[in-house]
Design a protein around this ligand. Structure first.
Ligand code: SAM
Length: 210
């Protein structure tokens, strides 16, 4: 998958919006690894929750020009940057400044992407609308992620796929078990150690075709 250009961004903008890092590129690499699977699904609608600079959803939109792409972010400045990144790379993207994706209940996406704030912090650090929201994940680094898990069955198509980035501190087996209770199968697409952090991307799906 091609890496989107981000020439329009001033370095200082990353004081307010998450700068693409190893986790962003791991999610892109997971999509690249799953390209044939995704192509076989011919997705009509894709949503990235917490799109930050927009690098992931733009990479997806470049690889799937016929897919209608949406993104959300709790941080207003991230929404503007996502839109500009998409525009610079000629990707049509609808961005919405909101919490997760609850306004979409009743609508269904074929692909949902989420690189959440996953760092273990105190609960009271979690839930801001600024740059802290990029990383502060509360207890087990899962407070935002777990709310998203509850939403997935309501906004993913029956044969859709949800890609979620986690670190070992998030206890991936617990996440897999929560999703299994909702009727989802899972598969670890990619795993990488980055300094002292083990990052992985897990995909969740309801059909049997991996
Ligand atoms: C780790 S950053 C990932 C940014 C981008 N997707 C990437 O991979 O580079 C997490 C993003 O989620 C956003 N976020 C955090 N909590 C959110 C929420 N409740 N609803 C929507 N976005 C949220 C943050 O503002 C931040 O942009």
């Amino acid at each position: 998958m091609e890496t989107p250009k981000q020439n329009h961004i001033d370095k200082n903008d990353f004081d307010h919006v998450y700068e693409p890092a190893e986790d962003s590129y791991l999610l892109i690499d997971a999509l690249e690894k799953d390209l044939q699977y995704l192509k076989s699904k011919n997705p009509t609608f894709c949503l990235e929750v917490g799109s930050g600079s927009g690098i992931v959803i733009t990479a997806f939109g470049m690889a799937f020009p016929k897919t209608v792409c949406f993104s959300t972010d709790i941080n207003f400045k991230a929404c503007s940057m996502s839109k500009s990144t998409a525009l610079q790379n000629k990707v049509m993207l609808e961005t919405i400044n909101m919490d997760l994706g609850s306004c979409f209940i009743g609508n269904k996406f074929d692909v949902i992407l989420f690189n959440p704030p996953y760092v273990v912090t105190d609960s009271d650090e979690c839930g801001s609308c600024d740059i802290t929201a990029s990383w502060a994940g509360g207890i087990k680094g899962r407070e935002v992620t777990d709310r998203m898990l509850d939403l997935i069955p309501k906004i993913l198509t029956v044969d859709g796929t949800f890609y979620l980035l986690l670190i070992e501190d998030n206890i991936p087996n617990e996440v897999i078990s929560i999703m299994a209770d909702y009727g989802f199968n899972s598969d670890i697409v990619i795993k990488r150690r980055v300094r002292n952090e083990c990052q992985l991307v897990v995909k969740f799906f309801q059909d049997k075709n991996i």
